[in-house]
Design a protein around this ligand. Sequence first.
Ligand SMILES: *Cc1c(COP(=O)(O)O)cnc(C)c1O
Length: 422
Amino acid sequence: MDLSFDQRHIWHPYTSAINPLPCYPVARAEGVYIELESGEKLIDGMASWWAAIHGYNHPQLNQAAHQQIDNMAHVMFGGLTHEPAISLCRKLIELTPDGLERVFLADSGSVSVEVAMKMALQFWACQGNQHKNRFLSPRNGYHGDTFAAMSVCDPINGMHSLFSEVLSHQIFAPAPQTRFDQLWNEDDIAPLAQLMEQHHHQIAALILEPVVQGAGGMRIYHPEYLRRCRQLCDEYDVLLICDEIATGFGRTGKLFACEHAQISPDILCLGKALTGGYMTLAATLCSEDVAMGVCQGSPGVFMHGPTYMGNPLACAVANASLDIIAQGSWQQQVTDIETQLKQQLLPLAELDAVADTRVLGAIGVVETHHPVDVARIQQHFVRQGVWIRPFGKLVYIMPPYIISPEQLERLIGAIQTALQNH
Ligand SMILES: *Cc1c(COP(=O)(O)O)cnc(C)c1O
């Protein structure tokens, strides 16, 4: 593989063109293993950023892709429809929290967030309420890298200062502080409640990641915060957008993180694990009320339609992934991973380099006192035969659900040795 060409000409996520971090060439992937061109096999701790929940090169997902590609890879979705999309949307409506009845198929997580935000704005505009055109969001959120999505990301992590002239100015509440298993503290919701009271006449929607804030800090918070957000949205006539792009499809121990609080949002974003990590596909679901509101009056239609909307190949694989989910073994797998993470990863809090550890479902987080040297720690992990990609002070894992106890122990052991030598 021509790595110098890669270094010279190809952007990778969040890297410098001047001084890029090294990349490891991958030859193939199978089950929980990523196989490097050098022949080394790495146990995957990242599920390719929350996506590959069933593992790589899965026979059922492969078969679905083969069957579909021999039929048709893609047709436009304007004026045409097909069984893979119908069957997928039917499943999504059945599986997701009550009241979500309409599905918009988008091509990536960020686009599904753009769609959700546009829906909320168009909903209020079509009610003749042009003033409700801002978004409220807790700090430490992450919702994607496109401009509307970026405007509701944490203003510091999201580097808003760089784009202050172009980004919409949204309203930020302090991030939730009460941890998932702590006693709920009523003070935690007070600042957000106050912002709602002050600004509700200009807030189109509250957008948040339910229970787990992902890339904006890997924070896990009390479900009561989410329940109170739902109540405040009802009280002040503000839509609730839940971004379950990372948390959806079992990752937190429930099929959707909203279930921890037994709430339904007005608009829901899904992505990442939707195709079991095979290809890019996302979905924005909304309630019948939102859909009707958006299409009332003029222009009477929802103004969005990506070229590859409803891509049949991606829908076919997503259908196969949801069929595996429907068999139900994810539940025991995620419970077992959580138990082992609690036993083996939480105690890493005792290391000098470690500030905090936290676990929910198949997510394990180790937060260090100081930012880690990514290139160095990456090399350590590869030598240990694992693939873990930290950022900043966060060394975290969310492995494929099929990982064995021995493989998970290898991941945790590699984190321990990396941070002991720190
Ligand atoms: C990854 C992520 C996104 C963005 O999805 P992309 O497919 O990378 O555009 C949005 N929201 C959350 C919570 C995410 O984890």
